[in-house]
Ligand binder design. Structure first.
Ligand SMILES: Nc1ncnc2c1ncn2[C@@H]1O[C@H](COP(=O)(O)OP(=O)(O)OP(=O)(O)O)[C@@H](O)[C@H]1O
Length: 956
């Protein structure tokens, strides 16, 4: 049915491509005109396009000319003329969609087309890459194209200062990793003035390798955290207990990556904890010992689940996580809840203090901030549904420029790891002899190094694989008859070991460019982790730029500074040499990608394969698998056993069978599904927080930009007064039941006002409204006096500063409350309640509570402030100082946003202890807040949403 429909209507992609055809024709028709332009005139096009936009032209109207300009600029600046299919990719990207372009089709260049167009309005374009290496490489490479058009390019990389970041964000086009962007966003929202912020909005983001960033990475939220006390000794003591536990004291679940103490384990650990004075009272599961149990579990996990050189590496004193998808170090990322510290203790590394969440965001929600979002990838089809449901992005497949000439061999499956490695070594030896360059993909740093050792060390080789190579003529005959007729005798193999090769993993990331540049020369063997994925562009024969750089470095070492003629001559020599080497490599079959194991995700495997067969080059790929590989062992044991038995596989033999491929795919699918579920779950919970975060961050920016916040402060003061009066003198309650005493006390505490409330209450027929009016008037009067005393300017600065600090302080506490709630909420499912719903309701209630205390706090601080005449101090510009304010900056004397309260300040913990306000009553934290998006997620403004809030809360 579907295929019939396809025949009649064509595929969705086909239709889209057909619709693009006239636009591509238009761009092609403009080519000659743009070619005729001088460099200056080409540059001048940018100003012309911008002027037309000003006059009301739409971005899409400019597309054909803008693309024609980029095509010409790219040709002039870097010698690459975008193909028609690349133009199509550009059109899709301008259309807020995902362009799926096969590996090696030149996505880096494609990006320049929509980026130039979308940078024309001057609101900034962010190109998002998966790592710093690519951000830097692409910004330098493509920066030349933008410069040819008079546009500026910046790059954000780890370690840059705020000033450098601000400058990079101010460029027309900014290259950065998703991490840097997300962290800058969070950091910006902790700043105290607009000038300190580094980003200037979120207009258009083009996410390169979109599935890696929006799908793989999305599982872990970005978190900015503050330090808490140092508990090094505690971690060390707990760590020392774990090796004392016997094998029968815990159970490991490799699938779920979890480990649990058994009954015996519990008893054992309880005894150990008591001996070490960690458990003083009660038993293990008493409430006061919950934290110790938690840390024991984390230490257990650190020892039994987390592996060095697979999940992390130890560099100097630091434990650095390895990204399972890109094989790269994750600078600055730490595991939460004491797990990172537990690993540090296990490795004897420096134990960093624990952290407390100050701000957090998931990538999903960060990227949803952009007005326009688009992405590129080589492999999105497997996740098309997810892109659609989360980001509303559609995936459009773009055809290749030339047909793909790569041959993807079937997987070869062995019974044991050793058998597999023997066959891999044979294959490598053969390739090197024939001059075929090989990229060997491994799944971890550890495995890349094991293989390297096997190829480097005769003894290791003999001990590990020796028994699989024939030793005499009789054995050679026997081998010929069995599954490995080509196996070489051991003595021949040993002559070949060491087998020359390079290793590319996170430990060598500084040499990455050099290693990649050499990977395409005939006979090169490069053993890599999945770091050789996206962005690794291996050129057959070698890389001319890199060769040139090396030559220049050699010349410099000799003290020679080559002139232009010498450089040109050397360029010709290098080009000829590379061309000759390329021919040899091509004759040997092009680049061969040899996978030593399959990754959990099919997409990562495809990326590895995609290092070869680029731009229509010939190439080959093949995966070697063994039944002992983690993926199969963990996810498909029963299935495989059955298949192996049916097929009767013997030692040293390999099979390639569709059943095997199916079993493998099933295991990969299982893992992918599980990861998808985890992501969906993260997002659901984060969504709840996201609306609140957006409300708070937007509000902060409003406050920062407003000339003053006097009105907000006034609203807060009035609302606080109303809350207090309503609390003690509830409406429709007889006067003899009023808590007048309580009201007087609180008014003293919160407003610093001694008001004759008792006398008022005795007045004949006085209503609660009348009392509220008097309180409000008194508060306003007292505040006006203070302001007059300090001077209105100073007062306005103090108001703003107190307000921002109080928001931050309360928001941080709120985040911690949410964290704590989230870790507990799962338990609700035991009570037949939906944890997510419960979380939503309670998160909202907490948010309201936060607003309440924020209002009281700000009011209280400002009402209790005192201005004193300072003794003559010449360096202070005015002779007035405020007790808690730095008169020069107008900020609280403690300055830094995350410092705790100082002695002179009213402690924020001295909060109102009364019940939260009546939920049906309009809640507000100021006039502007009522216009902000409502944190309940309704999509309405806060003020429009009160009805909903009331009914929502009553459900609790
Ligand atoms: N229009 C073009 N003309 C000639 N060469 C091109 C063109 N576009 C791209 N290339 C070359 O193709 C190679 C691959 O480019 P690039 O690394 O951008 O591919 P990619 O699509 O990002 O691949 P992957 O996602 O697999 O890393 C580069 O060597 C680049 O110089």
């Amino acid at each position: 049915m579907l295929s019939l429909a396809r025949k009649i209507f064509g595929t969705e992609t086909g239709r889209k491509l057909r619709r693009m055809k006239p636009i591509v024709d238009k761009i092609n028709a403009l080519e000659a005109d743009f070619k005729a332009l001088s460099d200056e005139a080409l540059k001048g096009k940018t100003a012309e396009f911008r002027a037309r936009l000003e006059q009301g032209a739409k971005l899409n109207d400019l597309l054909p000319e803008a693309f024609a300009a980029v095509r010409e600029a790219a040709d002039r600046a870097i010698g690459l003329r975008p193909y028609d299919v690349q133009l199509m990719g550009g059109i899709v990207l301008n259309d807020s969609s995902i362009a799926e372009m096969k590996t090696g089709e030149g996505k880096t260049l494609v990006a320049t087309l929509p980026c130039y167009l979308n940078a024309l309005p001057g609101t900034g374009v962010h190109v998002v890459t998966v790592n710093d290496y690519l951000a830097t490489r692409d910004s330098e490479w493509m920066g030349k194209v933008f410069a040819q058009l008079g546009m500026t390019t910046g790059v954000i990389s780890h370690g840059k200062s705020d000033q450098e970041r601000r400058e990079a964000y101010a460029c027309d086009i900014t290259y950065a990793t998703n991490n840097e962007l997300g962290f800058d966003y969070l950091r910006d929202n902790m700043k105290y003035s607009i000038e300190e912020m580094v980003q200037r909005g979120h207009a258009y983001a083009l996410v390169d390798e979109v599935d890696s960033i929006l799908i793989d990475e999305a599982r872990t939220p970005l978190i900015i955290s503050g330090r808490t006390e140092d508990r090094t000794e505690f971690y060390k003591t707990i760590d020392a207990l774990i090796p004392q536990l016997g094998d029968d004291t815990y159970e490991i679940d490799e699938k779920a990556r979890s480990v649990l103490l058994t009954e015996e384990g519990n008893e054992e650990i309880e005894r150990l904890l008591r001996e070490n004075d960690l458990l003083k009272e009660g038993d293990l599961y008493d409430i006061e010992n919950v934290s110790i149990v938690h840390h024991v579990n984390q230490a257990l996990k650190a020892h039994k689940i987390f592996q060095i050189d697979k999940d992390y590496i130890v560099k100097g004193e630091e434990v650095l996580l390895i990204d399972e998808f890109t094989g790269r170090m994750m600078q600055g990322r730490r595991l939460s809840d004491g797990l990172h510290q537990a690993i540090e203790a296990k490795e004897g590394a420096k134990i960093q203090p624990e952290n407390q969440t100050l701000a957090s965001v998931t990538f999903q929600n960060y990227f949803r901030l952009y007005k326009k979002l688009a992405g590129m990838t080589g492999t999105a089809a497997t996740e098309a549904d997810e892109f659609h449901s989360i980001y509303e992005l559609e995936v459009v497949e773009i055809p290749t420029n030339r047909p793909i000439a790569r041959i993807d061999n079937e997987d070869e499956v062995f019974r044991t790891l050793v058998d597999k490695y023997a066959a891999i070594v044979d294959d490598l030896v053969d390739c090197q002899e024939r001059g075929q360059p090989v990229l060997v993909g491994t799944v971890s740093i550890e495995k890349s190094e094991q293989l390297s050792k096997l190829l480097s060390d005769k003894k290791t080789f003999r001990d590990t694989l020796g028994h699989l190579y024939p030793k005499d003529d009789a054995e050679i005959e026997a081998f010929k008859k069995s599954g490995r007729p080509d196996a070489r005798p051991l003595k021949d193999m040993l002559k070949l070991i060491p087998l020359e090769h390079n290793v590319l993993n996170a430990r060598y990331h500084e040499q990455e460019a050099l290693i990649v540049a050499q990977a395409g020369v005939p006979g090169a063997i490069t053993i890599a982790t999945n770091m050789a994925g996206r962005g690794t562009d291996i050129q057959l024969g070698g890389n001319a730029d890199m060769r040139m750089m090396q030559w220049k470095a050699e010349q410099a070492e000799k003290g020679v500074e080559p002139d232009e003629a010498a450089i040109a001559a050397q360029k010709t020599v290098i080009a000829a040499d590379i061309a000759a080497k390329r021919e040899i490599a091509l004759a040997a079959g092009g680049l061969y990608v040899l996978g030593t194991e399959r990754h959990e995700s099919r997409r990562i495997d495809n990326q590895l394969r995609g290092r070869t067969g680029r731009q229509g080059d010939p190439g080959r790929s093949k995966f070697y698998i063994s039944v002992q590989d983690d993926l199969l062992r963990i996810f498909a044991p029963e299935r495989l056993d059955g298949i192996m038995k049916t097929l009767g596989l013997k030692e040293g033999e390999a099979i390639t069978h569709p059943w095997m491929s199916k079993a493998l795919e099933t295991s990969q699918r299982k893992v992918e599904q599980r990861n998808f579920d985890i992501r969906k779950n993260v997002l659901k919970y984060d969504d709840v927080m996201n609306d609140q975060r957006k409300a708070v961050f937007e509000q902060r920016i409003d406050f920062m930009t407003a000339p003053d916040v006097a009105d907000v402060i006034k609203d807060m003061r009035h609302q606080t007064a109303e809350d207090l009066v309503t609390e003690h003198i509830p409406p429709k309650v007889y006067a003899d039941q009023w808590d007048v005493e309580g009201l007087a006390t609180e008014l003293r505490e919160v407003f610093g006002l001694d008001l004759p409330v008792q006398d008022w209450a005795k007045e004949e027929g006085i209503a609660d409204e009348e009392i509220l009016e008097r309180v409000t008037e008194a508060a306003d009067r007292a505040f006006a006096e203070k302001a007059a005393n300090g001077g209105p300017d100073l007062m306005r600065r103090i108001e703003k500063s107190f307000l921002l600090q109080a928001i931050d302080q309360n928001w941080r506490e709120h985040l911690q409350n949410l964290d704590a709630m989230r870790s507990m909420i799962g338990l609700r499912s035991y009570a037949q309640r939906d944890p997510l719903n419960e979380f939503k309701t309670e998160a909202f209630a907490l948010f309201e509570k936060m607003m309440d205390s924020l209002r009281v706090e700000v009011t209280k601080q400002l009402m209790l402030i005192r201005f004193e005449r300072a003794p003559a101090a010449p360096e202070v510009p005015q002779d007035i100082t405020a007790t808690h304010i730095d008169p020069r900056t107008g900020r609280n004397a403690m300055g830094a946003p995350d410092a705790g309260p100082v002695a002179s300040r009213v402690s924020p913990t001295q909060r109102r202890t009364s019940e939260p306000a009546d939920p049906t009553k309009p809640e507000t934290w100021g006039r502007v807040a009522r216009n902000a998006a409502c944190p309940c997620g309704s999509g309405k403004k806060y003020k429009q949403c009160h009805g909903a809030i009331g009914s929502r809360d009553t459900e609790t």
